[in-house]
Design a protein around this ligand. Structure first.
Ligand code: DGL
Length: 268
């Protein structure tokens, strides 16, 4: 039995990294729909059909749980997926709630960064409205980070120039938290930390999502088989035609693992 994780590309590997830390005895199938990346600048119906057909291909009787490691696809298709599949289906949403809570007693603002499509969706607006603090939450689409991540460019002059162009004009003294509301953006934690003043807390939803996965599969765990007991087993698949993409997935996961080790584990 394996856990299927899906994203448009490399971003979901940052969630896989967290899952490997928390649930090392599971088997994973990681799928990147790189033939269709980016999702975040495409029409909603295109993304819906990409994700539904990917899931249909990947989920079998051997699937223990399905994790949509993509905020954009979650906002478009999670309700359909939960209706269609009886296994646990876990989605992702920008971690706005913890970001707002951290600012609770300071009056500081939160900046939520995500794809243009995720920020347009009703699911995001409902989330923000539910928190009842709309005047302290700002949103910033950052589609260029998806492109840079797909090119394995996680730090360096092009990344810093893009951050300057998109969020360089904000008065960061007004802010306390910044939300990485797209799984590709977690690759840029180090770049953000260099760019932003040190009081800004960067928050992603990866750990919370993996905790939710853990809760939902509890009780379904079998004794680890001998292969899984020796260490996690990950199968990588992708939709694009370039066979070198598989290697790129492994490089990205490895880069992220080393980056997180260097930084120490983030708080959220
Ligand atoms: N990684 C995705 C997310 O979390 C989408 C990136 C994209 O394909 O635009 O939103």
């Amino acid at each position: 039995m394996s856990i299927v994780l899906i994203d448009s590309g490399l971003g979901g590997l940052t969630v896989l990294h967290e899952a490997l830390q928390e649930l090392p005895h599971e088997r994973y199938l990681f799928f990147a729909d790189n033939g269709n990346v980016p999702y975040g600048t495409k029409p909603k119906e295109t993304v819906r059909s990409c994700i539904l057909s990917a899931v249909q291909e990947l989920v079998t009787e051997e699937t223990k749980a399905l994790l949509i490691a993509c905020n954009t696809a979650t906002s478009i298709a999670i309700a359909d997926l939960r209706r269609l599949y009886s296994i646990p289906v876990i989605g992702m949403e920008p971690a706005v709630k913890p970001a707002v809570e951290l600012n609770r007693n300071t009056g500081k603002r939160s900046l939520v960064m995500a794809t243009p499509l995720a920020l347009k969706e009703t699911k995001y607006h409902d989330l923000v409205n539910r928190l009842g603090d709309t005047e302290h939450i700002d949103s910033q689409p950052m589609p260029g980070l998806v492109t840079l991540a797909e090119e394995l460019e996680f730090d360096g002059p092009r990344v810093q120039a893009y951050l300057q162009e998109t969020i360089g004009d904000r008065d960061w003294q007004e802010y306390g938290t910044a939300v990485l509301g797209c799984t590709h953006f977690s690759f840029f934690r180090t770049a953000f930390a260099k760019f932003l003043p040190p009081h800004i807390e960067l928050i992603d939803g990866n750990r919370g999502t993996v905790r939710r996965l853990q809760e939902l599969i509890r009780g379904r765990e079998e004794a680890p088989d001998s292969a899984a007991a020796a260490g996690p087993v990950v199968e990588f698949r992708h939709s694009g035609s370039d066979p070198a993409y598989r290697e790129r997935m492994e490089q990205a996961l490895d880069w992220y693992r080393r980056d997180r080790e260097r930084a120490g584990r983030p708080r959220a």
